[in-house]
Design a protein around this ligand. Structure first.
Ligand SMILES: NC(=O)c1ccc[n+]([C@@H]2O[C@H](COP(=O)([O-])OP(=O)(O)OC[C@H]3O[C@@H](n4cnc5c(N)ncnc54)[C@H](O)[C@@H]3O)[C@@H](O)[C@H]2O)c1
Length: 356
């Protein structure tokens, strides 16, 4: 049984989650961890035990890992993809969002395609028991023929939207999207590291005729079932015979031919990371077992998000797949009106403070 050597760059919250999950799995050897911040790095090393540390990501790449993992802020992507490819790694694991712009996303895709390196993107909520239950109900036909998928979140887009798009796409069998149309409001988070409009909403037409609706940020509806603000997400599908949906922070509900059903579940990093890393080993072992959170899927999610932003900037429907890259963040900065966003929840005022 091959044991895959892993290095993890970035020892913020998510880097520590990843390193901990790799260290706990016998299929991996956590060979090195890195952070530019020595204090953070020492604190992580104290928890993770006998592991090489470096404040220089290149030194970790030079260790020739099988898996190059990085968990950096959203504006740090392409240089680390290139570093990972250069390291000779067979698989690169990195955090969502794939990129902040389609221009960078396309450059990442081209680099990975050219190098023939596998890649996965951390949309790991899908391993939650409530997510799996809802997907099973939908795929098993319990709600009949799906005609609509939907995702809402009170958190802003660079944090939440790629999750909404990925899990709704899963509920729709990862059918490709053909066009997108959207609107946005509020400039406060255009100055944030997770750069986003305060609120974005839109519709997506999938090839199989299913309609996706997305509502992300300050104007999104409440999810009263969930008390914790960051996990107020409602993600589900309507079909000819009912509906099934996840509430990210608290359980699931379905109405099917058999009546009303509901159950527990809550987004939990410890629970979700273990199968997420195990399936990296499975894919490295066997090309016929591609990872469910593979780059190809996350990249299509980035195209959908980018198209929503282009629709805001340019108006009208935006056709997919995208054929050229753009800096959608610049386009949003030029277009989103200088008016304070209108908030659905009074509680959101603590996050959406600035006029921008
Ligand atoms: N999948 C999820 O559920 C989930 C949850 C939270 C955050 N995230 C995503 O994870 C990513 C990281 O989030 P976090 O909360 O861990 O961030 P963080 O700010 O806590 O940590 C970021 C780390 O990256 C390092 N870093 C910054 N710039 C760097 C560079 N140029 N080169 C090398 N290292 C650099 C920092 O030193 C730090 O160690 C973000 O993209 C975020 O959206 C995902």
């Amino acid at each position: 049984m091959t044991r895959y050597r892993v290095v993890v760059v970035g020892m913020g919250r998510r880097g520590v989650h990843h390193a901990t999950a790799f260290a706990a799995n016998p299929r991996f050897e956590l060979a090195g961890i890195g952070s530019r911040d020595r204090q953070r790095l020492d604190a992580a090393a104290a928890k993770l035990g006998n592991v090489k540390t470096s404040t220089d990501a290149s030194a970790l790449a030079a260790m020739k890992p099988d898996v190059f993992c990085f968990c950096t802020p959203p504006n740090v992507r392409l240089p680390l993809i290139e570093l990972g490819i250069g390291s000779g790694a067979k698989l690169i694991a990195f955090e969502k969002p794939v990129a902040m712009t389609s221009a960078e996303g396309m450059a990442i895709k081209q680099a990975l395609d050219r190098a023939g390196v596998k890649a996965v993107v951390s949309h790991q909520h899908r391993y939650g028991e409530h997510y799996k239950k809802v997907q099973e109900l939908i795929a098993g036909g319990a709600i009949g023929k799906v005609h609509t998928v939907y995702g809402t979140a009170t958190g802003w887009a660079a944090h939440m939207l790629s999750h909404l798009v990925d899990y709704t796409s899963w509920f729709n069998g990862y059918e490709p999207a053909e066009w997108v149309m959207g609107q946005a409001a509020g400039r406060g988070k255009l100055g944030d590291g997770h750069t986003s409009p305060d609120y974005v909403a839109g519709v997506v037409h999938f090839r199989n005729g299913v309609r996706g609706t997305y509502d992300c940020g300050a104007g999104a509806p409440d999810v009263a079932e969930v008390p914790y603000w960051w996990r107020k997400c409602r993600i589900g599908a309507h079909g000819t015979d009912g509906y099934a949906e996840v509430h990210t922070g608290s359980g699931w509900r379905a109405v099917t031919r058999d009546g009303v059903q509901s159950g527990p579940g809550g987004m939990d990093y410890d629970h979700d990371m273990a199968p997420y890393v195990q399936q990296m080993a499975d894919w490295l072992d066997d090309d016929r077992k591609p990872h469910p959170a593979r780059f190809e899927r996350a990249y299509h999610g980035l195209e959908i998000v980018s198209a929503l932003y282009r629709s805001v900037a340019e108006g009208g429907q935006v056709a997919l797949p995208l054929t050229s890259g753009l800096d959608e963040i610049d386009a949003l900065k030029a277009k989103v009106p200088r008016r304070r966003v209108l908030m659905t929840l009074a509680e959101s005022g603590k996050e959406y403070k600035e006029e921008g």
